[in-house]
Each structure stands twice: as structure tokens, then as C-alpha cells.
Design a protein around this ligand. Structure first.
Ligand code: SF4
Length: 451
């Protein structure tokens, strides 16, 4: 495994840049007991790479690791469905004693023979890492024998958190995949999206905007991605890091090696979507494109605001508490504020200082940043502010149910897409449906046997 310290010294990360030399040397967040409880490093690596839908993803480890991470995100594919199949070497006690390398080699050969994928990803997990299985050598041998890219992802869960796993996956792409193929053709307007996983089909909400502007998404890393496209991503003219710090180091390395400029942005909300489109036009450097983009933005903003009117009437003034991942929080705050809602608080546990400043500006004096969004704190805020809806991940659902508050799932397991201008309308519809649903009043009633 590479020196993990490198992953905590990311120069492109504003969070890291704010530290003193001494603090920086200590690294970002050394793994603490329990730091993998929200997903281990292996889980994070798979979240990042599994959306490469036509590749086979083999989990080298006991079967429970594959079970832990398989199909637990709502990513969608328009072509292959290999990403929805669970491949594992299913290590047992005998393999722990004699080693699992041969079993891994056999598994790679079997998967390659049966499914003929363009590439195989192999994920290291805790047990084979502890017994010393060398997946890098096995992948190299398999690749030579099969004439197929076989990519080792050295991401044992004990290495750290899910976020570290995202970074390890980005590193595997940079070292073994990106730059290994040439695209069939290039255009002056080729771009990449980094950290967009096509959850619930969100990528498909923004693709028509790019098509209308004549911008080609050369590779989306990794939502709805094909291996060949990711391998040719080095020919893009601009990278956008979508709403996530996870692949920032990949963007920075691609800038250093291939000269691709990048920016961080979001497709949540009208303003953020327009800003992202403007940034692309500016970095692609064509006056004609800038003009075309402004026209499209004006048209789309007007259309969206018209369509939102009936929903805003119902949502205006409603109080919302948001508990999502730290980076997504600021873009979601601005998204619901555009619907006329009042944000009483939002989680900032994983946010950088820069994200927090953005949130402070958006929230004003009344909103609260929640550094530790535990159930007790959420309940307190819900009661204090008489919250109308809780927007959070599935784990917070039970807080809402016990408090009798409408709940909208906004995490990666969600089934509705909220990106771009169209996503604003979907979000508004979902919020109205949730807040005005009679079911939330019904379960505040006493059970029938108590009447
Ligand atoms: S990689 Fe390790 S921490 Fe992650 S699921 Fe497997 S055993 Fe658990």
C-alpha cells in the first residue's frame, strides 16, 4: 500500500491549506476506533469505482465485505449492468492459512472468461491485507496472461474512513487507468465530471444542458461510465469536481500531468447549476460558447422559475432541517432557499472552513451549523424550531418518525434525482408531497387499541 500520509497532504484541498505546517504534518484525520463505522476505506473505494458499469468488480475478501457494499448506492447505468453483480473471492479459513492469491487469480480468469469485460477491478479488503496477499502482483500477472487491464485497488477497510477510500480509488484510476487509451476523436469542448455518480439518474438531468451547448462529457467519473471513456479522460479540456472533496486530488494530479484546469461546483439548485455552466464556458475559453451559455441559462432559469411557482406557494416559509454529508450541505441549503424555505440548521461535520463560510452566508443569523448531528441534537432542533421537514439520509429517518415529522431522503440511497434545473422541480414536488402527506399526521395519532 502507498504511504497513506500522502493522501492527507493534498495541496489542492483548502481545508489542508488552512493548517499550520505542524498540523499538516499530523495529517488530516488519522483513523480512530470507529472511524469506519460510516463506511470503511474499501466501501469508499467501491462507491467511487462501482459505477464504471461495464467492468467487473471483484472483492478479494470474505463474503461479508462484498455484502457490506454491494448495490448500496442508487447509481444508474444506461448500458451494462455488471456493476449490479456481486463478485467476490469469498475467502475462508483455509485461504487464511494458505493464502488467497491463487484463488484471486482463478477468480479473475473465470470472470474475464465468462463476462468478457473491458477491465477488471480488484479490491483489497482487511483479511487478505493482513495475511499479506499481494494483489498488485496478482493483478499484473492476470493482466499479462489475459491481455486485459486488471486494476488493483489497495483499499483495506482498516486503512481508514470511506472518504479515504474515495481517494484511494481516485489514485488507482490515476495510476492504472487514465491515459491508457486515446478517444476516437476529440473536440474543443471535451470535459470530465469528477465525483458525479449518477445517483438516481442525476447525470441524465444535466446531460441535455451540455448537449444543447455542444459540450461533450468525455468521461464522467464515474456515474454511468464506460471503462474506455475513463481511460481516455486525459484528453478533456476542463475537469469539474462535483460537490465532493473526494476526487479533488485526482483533479489536481490531472492538472499537473495533463494540464487540465479544474473547478469545484455543484448541480444542486438553479444558481449553482448556472454557475457551473458559466465556469465551463469561461474555462473552455470561447466567446461564442459564453454567449450561448448565457442565453441557455436565461431561458432555463425563466422556465424553471415559472414551473416552480405553484410549489413555492406551498413551500414558502416552511422550516427545514438538513443533515447530509458536509460538502453537499451548502449546495442543498441554497437549493431549498431558492424554494422559499427557511433552513433552521444544517450539518457541518465533514465541511471545510470554506464550506462553513458559504453556509454562514446562506443561513444568516438564524440558521445553525451542527457539528455533531447525533439523534439527540436533531430532536432538540426539531422541537425548538417546530421543523416542517427533515431532509437527511436513511439513518435519520427514525428520528423523524419518532418525532412525527415529515422526512425526505436526500442521501445516496434516494430514488429521485435532484440535479440541474429539472432536479429543482423534482425536489419541489417531493417536498410538497412529503410535507402535505397525511401519513405523517396519522402516525401521530394513538394506535387503534388506545381509542
Ligand atoms: S474491508 Fe474490512 S472494514 Fe471493510 S467491510 Fe471488509 S472487513 Fe469490514
Amino acid at each position: 500500500m502507498r504511504n497513506l500520509e500522502d493522501f492527507f497532504l493534498e495541496p489542492g484541498c483548502s481545508h489542508n491549506g488552512e493548517k499550520t505546517e505542524k498540523e499538516r504534518k499530523k495529517g488530516c484525520s488519522k483513523p480512530q476506533p470507529g472511524s469506519a463505522s460510516g463506511g470503511c476505506a474499501f466501501d469508499g473505494a467501491q462507491i467511487t469505482l462501482l459505477p464504471i458499469a461495464d467492468a467487473v468488480h471483484i472483492v478479494h475478501g470474505p463474503i461479508a465485505c462484498a455484502g457490506n457494499s454491494w448495490d448500496n448506492r442508487g447509481t444508474r447505468s444506461s448500458s451494462s449492468d455488471y456493476y449490479r453483480m456481486g463478485f467476490t473471492t469469498d475467502l475462508n479459513e483455509i485461504n487464511v492459512i494458505y493464502g488467497g492469491e491463487e484463488k484471486l487469480l482463478d477468480a479473475i480468469k473465470e470472470a474475464a472468461d465468462k463476462y468478457k469485460p473491458p477491465a477488471v477491478f480488484v479490491y483489497q479488503t482487511c483479511v487478505p491485507a493482513m495475511i499479506g496477499d499481494d494483489i498488485v502482483s496478482v493483478c499484473k500477472r492476470a493482466s499479462e496472461e489475459l491481455g486485459l487491464p486488471v486494476i488493483p485497488v489497495d483499499s483495506p477497510g482498516f486503512a481508514g474512513s470511506k472518504n479515504l477510500g474515495n481517494k484511494l480509488a481516485g489514485d488507482a484510476l490515476f495510476r492504472y487507468v487514465i491515459g491508457t487509451r486515446e478517444p476516437k476523436y476529440t473536440t474543443p469542448y471535451d470535459i470530465n465530471l469528477l465525483g458525479e455518480y449518477n445517483i438516481a439518474g442525476e447525470l441524465w438531468q444535466i446531460m441535455p444542458l451540455f448537449q444543447e451547448l455542444g459540450i461533450r462529457v468525455l468521461a464522467c467519473i464515474s456515474g454511468d461510465a464506460k471503462y474506455e471513456d475513463v481511460a481516455a479522460a486525459h484528453r478533456a479540456k476542463v475537469n469539474m469536481v462535483v460537490c465532493s472533496k473526494a476526487l479533488l486530488s485526482l483533479a489536481r494530479k490531472m492538472e499537473e500531468k495533463y494540464g487540465i484546469p479544474y473547478f469545484e461546483g455543484s448541480f444542486y439548485g438553479i444558481k449553482n447549476t448556472s454557475e457551473a455552466l458559466r465556469n465551463f464556458a469561461k474555462l473552455l475559453g470561447s466567446e461564442e460558447l459564453i454567449e450561448k451559455t448565457e442565453k441557455l441559462i436565461a431561458k432555463k432559469e425563466e422556465e424553471t422559475r415559472q414551473k416552480l411557482k405553484p410549489y413555492i406557494e406551498k413551500l414558502k416559509g416552511k422550516k427545514v432541517l438538513i443533515n447530509t454529508g458536509g460538502v453537499k450541505s451548502w449546495s442543498m441549503v441554497s437549493q431549498v432557499q431558492e424554494l422559499g424555505m427557511v433552513v433552521v440548521g444544517t450539518s457541518s461535520k465533514k465541511s471545510t472552513k470554506e464550506d462553513k463560510e458559504r453556509m454562514f452566508k446562506l443561513l444568516g443569523d438564524d440558521g445553525k451549523l451542527i457539528d455533531d448531528p447525533n439523534p439527540k441534537e436533531l430532536v432538540k432542533l426539531c422541537r425548538e424550531h417546530k421543523v416542517d421537514v427533515l431532509m437527511a439520509g436513511g439513518r435519520s429517518k427514525f428520528v423523524a418518525i419518532k418525532e412525527g415529522i415529515p422526512f425526505l431522503d436526500t442521501n445516496q440511497e434516494r430514488i429521485k434525482p435532484y440535479a440541474g434545473y429539472d432536479g429543482m422541480i423534482v425536489l419541489a414536488q417531493e417536498l410538497v408531497r412529503t410535507i402535505y402527506s397525511p401519513v405523517f399526521d396519522l402516525y401521530k395519532e394513538p394506535p387503534p387499541w388506545q381509542y
